[in-house]
Design a protein around this ligand. Structure first.
Ligand SMILES: Cc1cc2nc3c(=O)[nH]c(=O)nc-3n(C[C@H](O)[C@H](O)[C@H](O)COP(=O)(O)OP(=O)(O)OC[C@H]3O[C@@H](n4cnc5c(N)ncnc54)[C@H](O)[C@@H]3O)c2cc1C
Length: 420
């Protein structure tokens, strides 16, 4: 994105130089630099792949517990019956062609002083640099009764795509016509700001056709629609009048699955299907590394030109776990990953990374099973300021058919970018 072909070749050369000059030596013999990447989602897969492409002599180990990647983008389409779980589920097999060592395991310990990670399976793996892209930890304990209701199969957040997505789809299919779907939006910052509003649109689109007497109550912890307000309000007013009841400043405080009630500070809201999305923080592994270092101990602050932690050296953090003015999106996580991979190649070669990286974000949201809108922005890093939004961005105020086609192409392209 910031690199032309000449720059790319220069950096590839830098990677080769790194392998000769910038790496650890053991017993006098030069050894290859080793980067361990934790989490094979948007950030982790992309970083591992570009580290190997731009630094072919760097050894890269990618640690991930799941056999397959399940995409959050387009998971709302599954809820509306537009796509299947199979469509959003993809294997990791094609990634190994880049020479990435993929370890199926879960990281349970990090020792930044010894530069080692330990895993649930009992492995101890040393690193020269560590990249963490674990996504978010959903704080299910923050909503009273959520964990009991979740264990009973009565509530899901479905904010990590996978079995909970399939479960929620089944609940919506089984809900009687005339039922009430109660869903919530966590207080910002959270993963994918437009995601809950897109979900409300797509469930409404499904109800309109399959269960027209049904209703959605959208409880928002924020004072107003937190993202793409024009796009979503237009859809709610024109496509779904009377179907979605929007209640701002209504964070769920509790869930009672015996009474099927979501309670806020104002009242108890009776539901047939409950989809509460609790607040979130940087992935658990960030806590293990001691890099959840913002003022509330929730998110990670990084040097935004290298994505290295501002407190723990040699540990880089990507994606949703990072606190910045950039959106918490999959597209953005892949851009973090490329800036970070390029910076690590330079750092291992003993050189200064690019001081003014550029990143971009494109985010489509479907407003019905035939329409979508987008927001797109470019951001340039400026020392002392962070990422500054460039003037060439844009957004749609109304969903249309061509953008639904583009949304699907975007997803298929980014899955290919991450996983092949
Ligand atoms: C409903 C919904 C819709 C969305 N739509 C869009 C969209 O249209 N466009 C868009 O750009 N973004 C969208 N997003 C946001 C996007 O999914 C996230 O921003 C993105 O997944 C963040 O990437 P990440 O690398 O930080 O985390 P993830 O992609 O979640 O990857 C994290 C990985 O780390 C692994 N992991 C965690 N802990 C450990 C550990 N201890 N050891 C080993 N592995 C570990 C996990 O298993 C997981 O595979 C959506 C999100 C939701 C919920």
């Amino acid at each position: 994105m910031t690199l032309n072909r000449r720059d790319f070749l220069k950096i590839s050369g830098a990677g080769a130089a790194a392998a000769l000059s910038g790496c650890a030596t053991q017993g006098g013999a030069a050894s290859k630099a080793h980067v361990v990447v934790v989490g094979a989602g948007f950030g982790g897969t992309t970083c591992a792949k570009y580290l190997r492409m731009w630094g072919p002599n760097i050894e890269v180990t990618l640690i991930e517990p799941n056999d397959k990647f399940v995409s959050c983008p387009l998971s709302n389409w599954v809820l509306a019956g537009m796509k299947s779980m199979d469509y959003i589920t993809h294997g990791y097999d094609k990634l190994s062609k880049h020479g990435i060592k993929i370890v199926k395991d879960y990281v349970t310990g990090i020792d930044p002083a010894k530069k080692t990670v330990t895993t649930k399976g009992g492995a101890s793996i040393s690193y020269d640099r560590l990249v963490l892209s674990p996504g978010v930890e959903v704080l299910t304990g923050s909503v009273k009764g959520f964990q009991e209701a979740e264990a009973a199969g009565k509530v899901v957040h479905a904010w990590k795509a996978g079995p909970q997505t399939a479960h929620l789809r089944k609940q919506l299919e089984e809900m009687p016509d005339g039922g009430v779907f109660v869903m919530s939006v966590p207080t910002a910052p959270y993963r994918c700001p437009p995601g809950p509003y897109e979900r409300a649109c797509l469930v409404a689109s499904y109800f309109k056709k399959a269960k027209p007497k049904s209703k959605i109550i959208l409880l928002d912890g924020n004072p107003d629609v937190a993202s793409k307000k024009g796009l979503f309000m237009d859809a709610w007013n024109t496509l779904y009048p009377g179907l979605i009841e929007y209640r701002p400043n209504n964070a769920p405080a509790g869930v009672d699955h015996n009474r099927m009630v979501v309670s806020t500070e104002f009242d108890d809201v009776k539901a047939d299907v409950m989809n509460v999305v609790p607040k979130q923080r940087a992935g658990e592994v960030c806590g293990l590394a001691g890099v959840r270092n913002d003022s509330t101990g929730t998110w990670c602050t990084v040097n935004l030109a290298t994505f290295e932690s501002t407190t723990v050296p040699n540990v880089h953090i990507l994606g949703d776990s990072v606190l910045s003015n950039l959106p918490k999106s999959g597209h953005m996580a892949t851009n973090h990953a490329k800036v970070c991979a390029a910076a690590i190649v330079e750092l291992l070669a003993g050189r200064q990374p690019d001081p003014i990286p550029v990143v971009a974000n494109t985010c489509y949201s479907a407003t019905s099973d035939t329409t979508a809108g987008y927001v797109a922005n470019v951001f340039r890093f400026e020392a002392g300021k962070g990422y500054v939004t460039q003037p060439d961005g844009g957004a749609t105020g109304k969903g249309d058919e061509i953008n639904l086609t583009y949304a699907q192409s975007w997803a298929e392209n980014i899955w290919a970018e991450m996983l092949t």
